[in-house]
Design a protein around this ligand. Structure first.
Ligand SMILES: *Cc1c(COP(=O)(O)O)cnc(C)c1O
Length: 370
């Protein structure tokens, strides 16, 4: 038995080393290693085609596009967002001096509950920042209706939603802008990396100024920009990974099918099914433990899994609203966020990646079913 091998929650999709070596030789020969080089341009073009979005700007990680989207749209005052996410979502508001206003989630999706957004709007509200958590699409129509009614911008943190489509349309076309993360732990990675998806050429140009110190030419600075350029090595790596990401997503899909088949009738364990009309990316496989029905509490199962070297993760526990920076905000009060607390207290994300073997999946399931 190779029960000792650690099964991690994810494993990075890596290009073939020899293939990568070949492109490195080309970069070395050209001596053009960053600043909108050949591979950078090519990756932007290929990603836009793959994701079926009109304009995309590459970034050095998935946090800076959030910060820059807020800058580009001149968002200020208060922004309505979800506590059920990775901390970067809310931190991007803090870095812009914006007050986050937390709204509870819809327990059927884990995403911000649009029915609760209007009650959180004040005269200072300027935007909504939802997250397609686990890559499950938000109710983009309802959110847009509210935004239009109150004149608000919508910036989607789509870090989990690489390649996700609803009825044949990329989810990244929703709202005013959407951000992606290409971190090593994500479905598609450039080691570190990210992107901002916008809908028109003028906005893309503005974003490209902002991520390059505000340079609009050799001597002209049009804004207090920052540096968030991705280099040629990671752009080339990203091009190689793009060629194999579909295969990786299909491998994840097969893991999801096995998990669902095995867990469907386990009392006290629930999970999300595919949504009708949605092309999913299987970025995460969260399960939710009802301790009364399952017999043991979430943390007990979590640590039991760890003892078997099965490393689930409790994404997203603790909630962002409980961290010291944010817990004093009125909207962070637990009474305001009961569904988010319930989900954060019951979740374990099971190992989910392209390289899990049938035996690995069996080992994960054996920890849960007995
Ligand atoms: C990963 C992630 C980010 C940030 O991405 P980095 O590339 O690590 O900076 C932002 N939001 C969410 C929801 C994420 O999961």
């Amino acid at each position: 038995m190779d029960n000792q091998k650690i099964i991690t929650v994810t494993s990075p999709l890596l290009p073939g080393l020899e293939e990568f070596n070949e492109v490195l030789k080309e970069i070395w020969a050209s001596k053009w290693i960053t600043n909108n080089g050949r591979f950078h341009k090519l990756l932007e073009k290929e990603l836009a085609a793959y994701l079926r979005v009109p304009y995309i700007s590459l970034f050095t990680n998935g946090t800076l596009p959030l910060i820059i989207a807020l800058q580009a749209l001149r968002i200020s005052g208060e922004v309505i967002t979800t506590p059920y996410s990775f901390v970067a979502t809310t931190h991007s508001l803090w870095w812009n001096g914006i007050k986050p206003v937390f709204v509870d989630i819809d327990p059927t999706t884990g995403n911000i509950d649009p029915n609760k957004i209007e009650a959180a709007i004040t005269p200072k509200t300027t935007a909504i920042m939802p997250v397609h958590v686990y890559g499950k699409p938000c109710d983009i129509q309802h959110i847009q209706e509210i935004a239009d009614k109150y004149g608000l911008k919508v910036i989607y943190d789509a870090a989990h939603a690489f390649g996700v489509e609803t009825n044949g349309t990329s989810i990244l076309n929703a709202g005013d802008m959407s951000t992606l993360s290409f971190h090593a732990t994500k479905v598609y990675n450039t080691i570190e990396g990210g992107a901002l998806v916008v809908h028109d050429e003028v906005t893309k140009k503005r974003i490209d100024y902002l991520k390059n110190f505000g340079f609009a030419g050799e001597t002209e600075i049009v804004a207090p920009g920052i540096n968030s350029k991705i280099d040629e090595m990671r752009a080339a790596y990203g091009l190689l990974n793009l060629k194999q990401v579909d295969v990786a997503i299909e491998a994840r899909h097969q893991v999801a099918i096995r998990y669902r088949n095995a867990l469907r009738n386990v009392s006290g364990i629930s999970f999300f099914d595919d949504m009708p009309g949605v092309k999913h990316n299987y970025s995460y496989f969260p399960i939710f433990i009802n301790a009364d029905e399952y017999g043991i509490a979430r943390d007990e199962l979590y640590f039991k899994m760890r003892e078997q070297n099965v490393m689930g993760r409790r994404y997203f526990y603790p909630l962002i609203s409980t961290f010291t920076t944010y817990r004093g905000l009125p909207s962070a009060a637990p009474e305001n966020l009961p569904e988010a607390h319930k989900m954060a207290d019951s979740v374990i994300c099971l190992p989910m990646h392209h390289a899990l073997s049938e035996k690995d999946v069996e080992r994960v399931l054996n920890c849960i079913i007995n």
